[in-house]
Design a protein around this ligand. Structure first.
Ligand code: CP
Ligand code: NVA
Length: 338
C-alpha cells in the first residue's frame, strides 16, 4: 500500500514529520540509485504536464530530468504557449489536462491556482513555487542538511532577508514540522505573516522546534548550523528595488555575519538564483547605485568551502523525483505514518 498514492504536494503543512522525513530519505535513496546507474522507472508510461507562469532554471530542469529518469514523458507548457488564465479558466484547463496527463506540475503566482488545479484535475498536482510556498525546494534543502549533518532534529537554521517570501514561509513551517529550530532575521516590515507564524508555532509545539523572529541579524545568526538567504525581490513582486536594498542591506550574508554565528562550521544555503556578483544584468543595474558588488550574499561567502549551494541545487532533481514517484508510482511504501 502506497501511503502517498494520488496525493498532491501543494504546501508543507499538509504533511507531518514522518511523511516529510520519508520523502527526504527517499530522495537520498533515489540520488544513490542514479549515481550507481541503477534504473528506477517507477512512472513508466506516465505523462506529466509542466505548467509554468513564472520562469525557472532548476525546477523546470529537475522535473524534466526526474520524469525521464522515472520512465515518464514530461511536456513543458509555458504561459504563452497555452490558453491558461487568458482564454480558458483554471478549472477548465485542469479538467482537460487531468484527462490527458497523469500528473501536473504548476509554478505561478497564486496559491489558489495550484489548489484549484488539484481539486479540478483529478490527478496529483505538485507545487513548483507560488507566491506563498516553495515545497519541492524544502525536500531538497532539508535533504542537503541531512546529507551534511547526518540528522535534522535539533539543528538551527537561520534565514536572513525578505522574511515574507515563499522560501522564508516554507523554511519556517517545514523546520517547525521537522524539529529544526528556525530563526528569521528580517526588518519588522518584512517578517513572516501572523498566519504563517501561527502554523509554524503549532507544528513546533509537536516537534519541539524553537522559533525566533527578530529584526536583529546578529541575534538571528548566533549559534546557527546553517545560514540561508534568498533574493531581496521575488518574481512578480511590484516593489521599489532601491527601497528593498536599503531595508535589507544589514541582512546581507557576508563574512561579518558568518562570524556572528560564533561557529566554525556553519553551512551556507541559498535556493538560487543569487545576486552574489555583478555577472547578472539586474544585479549590476542596482548594485552600481549603491557601490555594491553583491546583494543578498557576498561572492566570498557564496564560494566558500562551507557553501552547499550547488549541492542543494543539484538535490532539487532527486527531491522532485521522490515526490513524483511517491505520489504517482505504484511502489511499496511502509505504513509508518499513523
Ligand atoms: N530555486 C528555484 O526554484 O530555482 P528556479 O527558479 O531556477 O526553478
Ligand atoms: N523567492 C524567490 C525564489 C526563487 C526560487 C522568488 O519567488 O522569486
Amino acid at each position: 500500500m502506497n501511503h502517498f498514492y494520488q496525493k498532491s504536494f501543494l504546501k508543507e503543512i499538509d504533511f507531518n514529520a514522518a511523511e516529510l522525513n520519508y520523502l527526504i530519505d527517499f530522495a537520498i535513496h533515489l540520488k544513490q540509485l542514479k549515481q550507481k546507474n541503477i534504473p528506477h522507472p517507477y512512472l513508466q508510461g506516465k505523462n506529466i504536464a509542466l505548467l509554468f507562469e513564472k520562469s525557472s532554471t532548476r525546477t523546470r530542469s529537475a522535473f524534466t530530468v526526474a520524469a525521464i529518469d522515472l520512465g515518464a514523458h514530461p511536456e513543458f507548457l509555458g504561459k504563452n504557449d497555452i490558453q491558461f488564465g487568458t482564454k480558458e479558466s483554471v478549472v477548465d484547463t485542469a479538467k482537460i489536462l487531468g484527462g490527458m496527463f497523469d500528473g501536473i506540475e504548476f509554478r505561478g503566482f497564486k496559491q489558489q491556482t495550484v489548489e484549484t488545479l488539484a481539486q479540478a484535475s483529478g490527478v496529483p498536482v505538485w507545487n513548483g513555487l507560488t507566491d506563498e510556498w516553495h515545497p519541492t525546494q524544502m525536500i531538497a534543502d532539508f535533504m542537503t542538511l541531512k546529507e551534511h549533518f547526518g540528522k535534522l532534529k535539533g539543528l538551527t537554521l537561520t534565514y536572513v532577508g525578505d522574511g515574507r517570501n515563499n522560501v522564508a514561509n516554507s523554511l519556517l513551517v517545514t523546520g517547525a514540522i521537522l524539529g529544526v529550530n528556525i530563526h528569521i532575521g528580517a526588518p519588522t516590515d518584512l517578517q513572516p505573516s501572523k498566519k504563517v507564524v501561527q502554523a509554524a508555532q503549532q507544528a513546533a509545539g509537536k516537534s519541539g522546534a524553537e522559533i525566533l523572529i527578530t529584526a536583529d541579524p546578529q541575534q538571528a545568526v548566533a549559534g546557527a548550523d546553517a545560514l540561508y538567504t534568498d533574493v531581496w525581490v521575488s518574481m512578480g513582486e511590484k516593489v521599489d528595488y532601491h527601497q528593498r536594498i536599503e531595508q535589507l542591506l544589514a541582512y546581507q550574508i557576508n563574512s561579518e555575519l558568518v562570524a556572528a554565528t560564533h561557529k566554525q562550521d556553519t553551512v551556507i544555503l541559498h535556493c538560487l538564483p543569487a545576486f552574489h556578483d555583478t555577472n547578472t544584468s539586474i544585479g549590476r543595474k542596482f548594485m552600481a547605485d549603491y557601490n555594491l558588488t553583491a546583494l543578498e550574499i557576498t561572492d566570498e561567502v557564496f564560494q566558500s568551502t562551507n557553501s552547499l549551494v550547488f549541492q542543494e541545487g543539484a538535490n532539487r532533481m532527486p527531491a522532485i523525483k521522490a515526490i513524483m514517484a511517491a505520489t504517482l508510482g505504484n511502489l511499496f511504501i511502509p505504513e509508518i505514518f499513523k
